[in-house]
Design a protein around this ligand. Structure first.
Ligand code: PRP
Ligand code: MN
Ligand code: MG
Length: 176
């Protein structure tokens, strides 16, 4: 698709959002002994790198990779685990870190999967929320920025694997 990109959320705005998110997360986990932040590859990598450096106390990081695809037998979507976390999450405070929540399918399935392992607590954090696109309800504990249904890239978020390295978030504008 021929397209151009337009800056939508600046580096300064992202930094301010991360400061506010970190303040809430630090307050929430003030009494936690070994917080485990779990990022979903690949989109969350940039956000995770910047967010975890703002979290105080004992923090560990781990990653999971999942792929979501349509299930032809039902209207729902299946999520396959391509790479699991290395940590044993039983009895741990776990915070899932996502760049973007769109239909909600990815976070919903990951949440269900991780809950079966009996963490002490499980919370979700996303930098960007697009509530208009939601197909399944997901309770997200920490939300950075809520945006309308725009096609965005940058700061970890890709379009056909491109643009993850942009330091800001941009809107993709189709050209004819
Ligand atoms: C994107 C994004 C979220 C997910 C959100 O990941 O990073 O993980 O989609 O969509 P959903 O709420 O509709 O499930 P993608 O599957 O493109 O993988 P990537 O992180 O490697 O880009
Ligand atoms: Mn992703
Ligand atoms: Mg992607």
């Amino acid at each position: 698709m021929k397209h151009t990109i337009e800056m939508m959320i600046s580096e300064a705005e992202i930094n301010k959002t991360l400061d506010q998110l970190a303040e809430r997360i630090n307050a929430h986990y003030a009494n936690s002994e070994r917080l485990l932040m779990v990022g979903l590859l690949k989109g969350s990598v940039v956000f995770m790198a910047d967010l975890c450096r703002r979290i105080k106390g004992h923090v560990e990081i781990d990653f999971m990779a999942v792929s979501s695809y349509g299930n032809t037998m039902s209207s729902s979507r299946d999520v396959k685990v391509l790479k699991d976390v290395q940590s044993d999450i039983a009895g741990r405070d776990v915070l899932i870190v996502e760049d973007l929540i769109d239909s909600g399918n990815t976070l919903n399935k990951v949440r269900e999967m991780l809950l079966l392992r009996e963490p002490k607590s499980l919370a979700l954090c996303t930098l960007i929320d697009k509530p208009e696109r939601r197909e399944v309800d997901v309770l997200v504990d920490f939300i950075g920025i809520t945006i309308p249904d725009e096609f965005i890239v940058g700061y970890g978020i890709d379009y056909a694997e491109q643009y993850r390295n942009l330091p800001y978030i941009a809107k993709v504008v189709p050209l004819d």
